[in-house]
Ligand binder design. Structure first.
Ligand SMILES: Nc1ncnc2c1ncn2[C@@H]1O[C@H](COP(=O)(O)OP(=O)(O)OP(=O)(O)O)[C@@H](O)[C@H]1O
Ligand SMILES: [Mg+2]
Length: 209
């Protein structure tokens, strides 16, 4: 059985990750691919419990936040992502490790070296095959999230925090332009989805060979 592909969707608040997760799920299913959609923080019961804690708790130290996210992630990877990939299914996750570099690294100021250490230790063997980075000016994403109406703790962060998150994501993209596909998320949804479809078609073709 051929291993499935692991896709992740990244970007700041309200840029369209969840909207396009549904589009990607549908795109792949129409091509006969079995898909498992998931999200971080969360994805498996213990990690969903940690998600509630992380999103609700206002006094968390950055170090504690990072460790709680990785605690959930190690379960997510071993209990759900790797088994699905081994069954030949594709896994699409709404956020993954790049989000730690962007939020706990860029946003909260923890050094990438420490995050790299946790990544190498806990989730090696689970690197995404392809990551879509939805990139747009902070104000555009915040405006969309506000219009949608449910604002969480991260969305309430200051614009300066979210700007650091954006810059950290862009640095990830500059370092790994082969894996990370940057999408200009400020464009109309139809154009965003055209760009996604073009990149995904190539991946599906390569995978089938
Ligand atoms: N390219 C686009 N143009 C206009 N509106 C968009 C576009 N992409 C998404 N939206 C709308 O913006 C809102 C936020 O999108 P979505 O919830 O998918 O973002 P998200 O990245 O998942 O946000 P969060 O970080 O809060 O989870 C939704 O109402 C969605 O319909
Ligand atoms: Mg979302």
């Amino acid at each position: 059985m051929k291993r499935g592909c692991f896709l992740t969707l990244e970007g700041g608040e309200g840029v369209g990750k969840t909207t396009n997760l549904a589009f990607i799920d549908d795109f792949l299913r129409r091509r006969g691919i079995e898909v498992v959609v998931t999200r971080e923080p969360g994805g498996v019961p213990v990690a969903e419990k940690l998600r509630e804690l992380i999103l609700d708790e206002t006094g968390l130290l950055p170090e504690a936040e990072l460790l709680l996210i990785f605690a959930g992630r190690v379960h997510h990877v071993r209990d759900k992502i790797l088994p699905a990939l081994e069954r030949g299914q594709w896994v699409v996750s709404d956020r993954f490790v790049d989000a730690s570099y962007a939020y706990q690294g860029g946003g909260r100021g923890l050094s990438w070296r420490r995050i790299e250490y946790l990544e190498d230790w806990l989730v090696a063997g689970c690197r995404p095959d392809l990551t879509f980075l939805f990139d747009a000016p902070v104000e555009i994403g915040l405006g969309r999230a506000r219009a949608r109406g449910d604002i969480n703790r991260f969305e309430e962060e200051t614009v300066a925090f979210l700007e650091r998150v954006r810059q950290a994501y862009l640095e990830r993209w500059r370092r790994e332009p082969g894996r990370i596909c940057r999408i200009d998320a400020s464009r109309p949804l139809a154009e965003v989805q055209e760009a996604i479809a073009a990149r995904l078609s190539r991946l599906v073709e390569t995978w089938r060979k």
